[in-house]
Design a protein around this ligand. Structure first.
Ligand code: GLC
Length: 414
């Protein structure tokens, strides 16, 4: 059996190998650019052995921030023909070529953790980032709220690309005129582990629409058929607001605006409670329909500082039904597919966020059980992008940055 020290050495090696100079790629080949929430987790990983490099990761991400405050989901630092859709498809005009959508805003939370590793070194770096992080937060509050919950305008924004949460909304979209395009992802990994063509047509259709509307948020709000209030965006935004408040106070800033955001988001989070499902769910704000999905994002309530006894009971239940950490979809759901990306597999990164939340809210036993299960999974099956929740088998890309970071910062800790 490989020792934890040897695995930690491999994890550091992955972060260093995936470093492209100021930013890391999620994994070589499949994802050759800087992804927003991957990068925030990479910073947490680096912070375990190189705090300066951790700051650089977040600083590079914010170099891509648009004038209006938006921080894109992908920064295309150097063009790479191995990825589709690239900068030419998105047609965005930020300071660095980028996509036109966001990802779960966990950067402020990770910045807080990096700062806590070394407050002396971190204060100046944190102070420089703080106004930028607040500006992004305000952008989300300005453009994405529905009854206080945060909406996604593209499945890719939630980071849970093909989750069943979007099935009903996507079924109402017509993508018959999307045109010809060549996917690159299935050239790198098994197509059974990836979203289907039906899904991809709709992803690209939404990109084409955003481009046609010049990524103008008001125009997209008026026209887009895709607007779903979701637990990933809502809980991570609420958590970010709480961390921005702590950071702001430490820096002696006026945080009254952030306090108001927190209040609103707390109310919004409860609009995601689906009583019939017995869990936090996604709701299509245009049709008013529930998705009816208990996903790994449903369990991010604690990460956001939201307590819920029914969710705790559900967590304990799902942990007895799968031998590995929390899966991306409930194994009893009809849509459950153990291999296909966000329709069943276990993602170490989401378990990290669930675990942080459980620990913060005093659920130490559950937090430890989750960390131990995640550690066991990585030890046996490597630093995969995601895993089959029934047999633990690795799926998707390998030598994955955020899986390595999860090991270093949480699962593999002594
Ligand atoms: C996929 C994942 C997303 C991640 C990206 C890069 O699109 O669904 O969550 O950020 O890959 O790893």
């Amino acid at each position: 059996m490989t020792s934890n020290t040897a695995i930690s050495e491999q994890a550091r090696e992955i972060l260093i190998t995936n470093d492209r100079g100021g930013y890391t790629v999620p994994t070589a080949g499949l994802y050759p650019y800087q992804w927003n929430w991957d990068s925030a987790v990479a910073a947490l990983g680096f912070a375990q052995f190189d705090v300066d490099r951790a700051w650089v990761e977040i600083e590079t991400l914010f170099k891509g921030q648009w004038a209006d405050g938006m921080v894109p989901h992908i920064l295309f630092h150097k063009s790479d023909p191995g990825y589709f859709p690239g900068p030419d498809v998105w047609g965005c005009e930020g300071p660095i070529p980028s996509s036109g959508i966001i990802q779960p805003p966990i950067a402020a939370t990770m910045a807080r953790f990096v700062w806590e590793q070394d407050k002396g070194l971190g204060r100046e770096r944190l102070a420089a980032l703080y106004p930028k992080m607040v500006k992004w937060h305000n952008w989300i509050m300005r453009w994405r709220l529905h009854r206080g919950a945060v909406c996604t305008t593209h499945p890719w924004e939630t980071g849970r690309d093909n989750a069943p949460d979007w099935d009903n909304t996507m079924a109402r979209m017509d993508a018959s005129d999307v045109g010809e395009y060549t996917r690159r992802d299935t050239a790198h990994v098994n197509s059974d582990d990836r979203p289907t063509k039906y899904d991809y047509d709709r992803y690209i259709k939404l990109v084409q629409m955003g481009r046609r509307l010049n990524w103008d948020q008001a125009a997209m709000l008026a026209e887009s058929p895709f607007r779903v209030a979701d637990p990933t965006m809502t809980f991570t935004t609420l958590r970010a607001a709480r961390d921005l408040q702590v950071i702001g106070e430490a820096l002696g800033e006026d945080t009254s605006g952030i306090a108001a955001s927190i209040e609103l988001l707390v109310t919004g989070a409860e609009t995601l409670w689906n009583e019939e499902l017995g869990g936090y769910d996604s709701r299509d704000v245009l049709s008013g329909e529930w998705a009816g999905c208990l996903s790994n994002a449903s369990y991010l309530c604690w990460f956001a500082g939201v307590e819920n006894a029914k969710m705790l009971a559900r967590l304990r239940d799902v942990m007895t039904r799968v031998p590995f950490p929390v899966p991306s979809n409930d194994p009893n759901a009809e849509s459950f597919d153990a291999r296909r990306y966000w329709r069943g597999p276990t993602w170490a990164v989401v378990n990290l966020l669930i675990g942080i939340g459980l620990e913060d809210m005093g659920h130490k036993t559950e937090a430890k059980a989750l960390a131990d299960k995640t550690a066991g999974l990585i030890k046996e099956h490597g630093f995969a992008e995601y895993f089959d929740p029934m047999n633990g088998k690795a799926a998707g890309g390998g030598t994955f940055t955020w899986t390595a970071a999860v090991w270093l910062a949480w699962a593999g800790r002594d």
